[in-house]
Each structure stands twice: as structure tokens, then as C-alpha cells.
Design a protein around this ligand. Structure first.
Ligand code: URA
Length: 489
């Protein structure tokens, strides 16, 4: 017999807490997505007759696996206008229980859809914080108050409210939108119904202020009309008092830019001087971020972000062309790398080079680095024996790996082994389940995960070594397929 449907009620269109409460209980009770009717509002309707209430949340016992990244994704997706958003999130939640790295599989339709929805919502949030324009009105008590009209595309009003309360805490204001409205009386925020354009005033002295502000920040020497329209889409212009200045400012931009060049000081901008000074003064371990790869490498020489620098001979930074299309990330330098100051030159490096060649790849076109930049070891019988870095050391060194990614900007990152995958994604589960899949980093860069070459060296039996080497070679061949620039000529 077919199981009855379940009515999961939500208080409002972006009710993340309500969705989470129901989703948790439903997932723990293993309710299939197709049985759930996600409904916004509390009104009774004959349409819901026959639908059961969601099961109660179990007081204790089994728990769900919910990566932090999913919570952030879900908080954005619930704000999207798409009617299927709650169902999509519930499906992802169920799948995450079996596929913990699912969110990194960008080729997956549901992941792709959710990420696109979150991106649209974030863009809408950004636009609202940038393009709300207040007009002065007389408040109910005859005092000063401000009203703005804005048309968001998604259910973001509640989410964005904190921004406006913090930014305009001392004013009394209302932001009217067709979906919901915000009213701040100086101490309390009220969320109201949607409003119409006619409820908002049209003109006032504030408009003059916005026009002056815009004319001042407009830099004719940096004029890029396409980028400007992407940042300030034309659909927002009708609510922006300064929009009427755009055309004349663009028309006069060429002449004004020439005047600015003629008047420009010859010293570098103050900001650059301050930054250079900070770098010169930077203590080892300072988080002042270098602004070029060369600076990063130089500053990393004195790195003491964790204790590994005390034993190791030197920092082993990554190497390779800065325009490399692929970045290989290993674990940490070994004994020989520590002495030579270069990554992957010892026994594991030799395996790496050999299999790269067999897969048709040219190592000299790749950027090769490690998750951790100092050799970690214990001494036994006068020999330095490799030790795996722990999570704190990996986290401390992520700073440098992040800079390398920023300066090299590869199309594809290849994680060689579990430590590299952990450093790049935070994932600490099994490497095996991540192999042979098209993954992506949080910024969208493609990611492949494979074994570390030293794993092949440790396999005791010949057959296993051959089999595993063939799999490693196949992984590297995939690199050549994805990024043909890596293929040896
Ligand atoms: N193992 C690594 O992970 N990196 C090296 O550079 C050498 C061995």
C-alpha cells in the first residue's frame, strides 16, 4: 500500500530553521523525498486533507552527517525563488549520508543546481546592500525618517536585514520590497508585508547627496563599461538617483582621464608603500599576505606558523611555471627534498616523474608543491624517518598553499594522497571514495584526487604494485585529457 504524504509546514519563504527541523526528523525516519509536501504558511486547506504531520525529532540516538559547507549552501538556497528549493535540499541531505564528498562533485545535476541557486541568492544579497537608496520623509511623530524601495529577485529581505540595522542603526528607516518590508525604529526591527512602488516617495534632498557621491567616486581612468553594467545592472538604474549621471560621466571620461594622468603624482600610492613597509617589518608568522609569488616564497623561508620549522633544514616551497595549468599537491618534503630545498626530488619524486612520463605528461609544465612545507620526522638509528603532519600543521600551512593557488591560478589541482586532499578541501575521509571523480574546490577550480607516489613504494608485493601503478598512471592520463597543455610535445 502507498505510504501517505507528509505535510511539512514552513513559517515563511526563507524559513531555514523550519526546513532544518523537519528535514532532520524526516531524514532520520528515512522518509522518501517524493512523499513530502513542503508548504509555506499555516492556513488550513482541503488540499492538505490526508497528509500526515512530520514525525517528531528523536530525542537522541542516530545523527545525520551534515558538512558545514552544506549548512551554508542551504541557508542561501532557501532564499531562492525556485519552488523546488526545499525538496532539492532534502534530496541532497539524504545523499550526503551516503556520499560525504557529494558537494564537491560539480558534474552532479543536483549539486550544480543548488550551487547555481546559492550563487544567484548571494548576488541578489550583494546587489541589495549596494543599491538600496533612502529618501528622506517626515516620520509619524514629525521627525526625520527614511524610506527606500528595492526589488529583490529572491527571498533575501530577512537575511539582509542585519546589514542595514548595523549600517544605519542611528536612523529610523523602512525598506519596502514587493515580497516583505523592513522597518527599523532605532531600537527594534519589524518585518512587514510586501509593499508597492507607489508606497515609496520619489524625490528628496537625499537624491542630491547620492548624485554628488557617485560623481566623486567615479574614476574616468578606470572606466570599463561592460564591467560596470555587470556590477550595477541596468534594471536597478530606475531606482538609483545617480543613474542619470552615468551617461554624461561616461561621455566625459576620456578627457577627465587625460587630465588625471597629467596631474598624477609620481610616487606609488600610499597604500602600496604601507603594504611594502608591513612586509619588511613582518615578524616570522605574521599573516600579512604577500602580494606576489616571489614575496610569498621569500617570506615563507622564515615561516614559524607551526613547530616544524625547528627541526627541518629549510622551507620547501612549490616550484614550476607561474602560468602552469595544473598544480600537483603532495604531502610534505621528504628527507632529500629537505636537503635540496625542492619538492619531489627523492624516491617518491622519481616514481612521480616516471609515471608522469608514461602518462605522456611533461612535469616541467606543472606547478608542484606540498600541503606542508617543512619535513616532519623522528630520528631512529641516526636516520630521519618521515612522520605524517597532523591537522594543526596542515591548517597552519594552508596559508601558503592558498597563496600558491592564488598566484598560480591553475585550471586543475591534483591532490596526491589524503593529506593533500585534506589540506585542499578539509575532507578527512577515505581517499579511495574520491578517486576517479570530477571534483571541484570551493572556488570552482577542478580537482582530481589520486594516491601519493610513495604509497606505490610502500606496497610489499609486486602484483599489487603493478596494479596500483597502472591506476595511478590512468589518473595522470586523465590529467592529460582534461588539460591537454600538459601533454609532452
Ligand atoms: N613526498 C611529498 O609529499 N612531497 C615531496 O616533495 C616528497 C615526498
Amino acid at each position: 500500500m502507498a505510504q501517505p504524504g507528509i505535510l511539512a509546514r514552513l513559517d515563511h519563504p526563507a524559513d531555514f530553521d523550519g526546513w532544518r527541523r523537519h528535514a532532520r526528523a524526516l531524514a532520520l525516519a528515512e522518509v522518501a523525498p517524493g512523499r513530502i509536501d513542503w508548504h509555506i504558511g499555516t492556513e488550513a486547506s482541503g488540499l492538505f486533507a490526508g497528509l500526515a504531520e512530520p514525525p517528531p525529532v528523536p530525542a537522541s540516538g542516530a545523527e545525520l552527517r551534515v558538512p558545514r559547507e552544506f549548512v551554508e549552501l542551504a541557508q542561501a538556497v532557501v532564499c531562492h525563488r525556485d519552488g523546488g528549493r526545499f525538496d532539492l535540499l532534502y534530496r541532497l541531505l539524504l545523499r550526503l549520508q551516503r556520499e560525504p564528498m557529494l558537494l564537491h562533485v560539480i558534474t552532479d545535476d543536483e549539486v550544480h543546481r543548488a550551487r547555481a541557486m546559492a550563487k544567484a541568492v548571494r548576488r541578489d544579497l550583494h546587489k541589495m546592500t549596494a543599491f538600496v537608496r533612502f529618501r528622506e520623509v517626515v516620520g509619524p511623530d514629525g521627525g526625520e525618517a527614511f524610506v527606500a524601495w528595492f526589488e529583490p529577485e529572491h527571498h533575501i529581505v530577512e537575511r539582509v536585514s542585519r546589514f542595514f540595522v548595523e549600517r544605519f542603526a542611528a536612523m529610523r528607516w523602512s525598506i519596502l520590497t514587493p515580497l516583505r518590508s523592513l522597518h527599523w525604529d532605532g531600537t527594534t526591527l519589524h518585518l512587514g508585508e510586501g509593499a508597492s512602488r507607489a508606497d515609496a516617495p520619489d524625490d528628496d534632498a537625499m537624491e542630491g547627496y547620492w548624485r554628488t557621491y557617485y560623481a566623486n567616486i567615479f574614476n574616468p581612468a578606470r572606466l570599463k563599461i561592460k564591467a560596470m553594467k555587470a556590477e550595477m545592472p541596468e534594471k536597478y538604474w530606475r531606482n538609483l538617483p545617480e543613474a542619470e549621471l552615468i551617461a554624461p560621466l561616461i561621455a566625459a571620461a576620456g578627457k577627465r582621464a587625460q587630465e588625471m594622468v597629467a596631474k598624477a603624482p609620481t610616487l606609488p600610492p600610499e597604500r602600496h608603500l604601507r603594504q611594502m613597509q608591513r612586509l619588511r617589518d613582518a615578524e616570522p608568522g605574521s599573516t600579512d599576505a604577500p602580494t606576489s609569488w616571489e614575496q610569498a616564497r621569500a617570506v615563507a623561508k622564515d615561516c614559524s606558523r607551526c613547530g616544524l620549522c625547528q627541526q627541518a633544514t629549510q622551507t620547501v616551497f612549490g616550484e614550476g611555471p607561474l602560468a602552469a595549468p595544473v598544480m600537483f599537491v603532495g604531502e610534505q618534503p621528504g628527507d632529500q627534498e629537505d636537503l635540496a630545498g625542492r619538492p619531489f626530488v627523492g624516491p617518491a619524486g622519481q616514481v612521480f616523474d616516471r609515471v608522469m612520463g608514461e602518462a605522456g605528461l611533461d612535469r616541467s609544465r606543472a606547478y608542484v608543491t606540498n600541503a606542508v612545507k617543512h619535513f616532519k620526522f623522528t630520528v631512529r638509528c641516526k636516520r630521519r624517518i618521515h612522520e605524517r603532519p597532523h591537522a594543526g600543521e596542515i591548517a597552519a600551512c594552508r596559508f601558503w598553499l592558498g597563496l600558491e593557488r592564488e598566484f598560480v591560478r591553475p585550471k586543475l589541482v591534483v591532490a596526491l594522497g589524503a593529506t593533500a586532499l585534506h589540506a585542499l578541501t578539509g575532507y578527512t575521509g577515505s581517499l579511495a571514495s574520491m578517486r576517479e571523480r570530477d571534483l571541484a574546490l570551493e572556488d570552482g577550480t577542478a580537482l582530481l584526487a589520486t594516491v601519493h607516489p610513495s604509497y606505490l613504494l610502500r606496497l610489499p608485493d609486486e602484483d599489487a604494485r603493478e596494479r596500483e601503478t597502472a591506476r595511478f598512471r590512468a589518473d595522470l592520463e586523465r590529467v592529460g585529457l582534461l588539460v591537454p597543455e600538459m601533454l609532452a610535445a
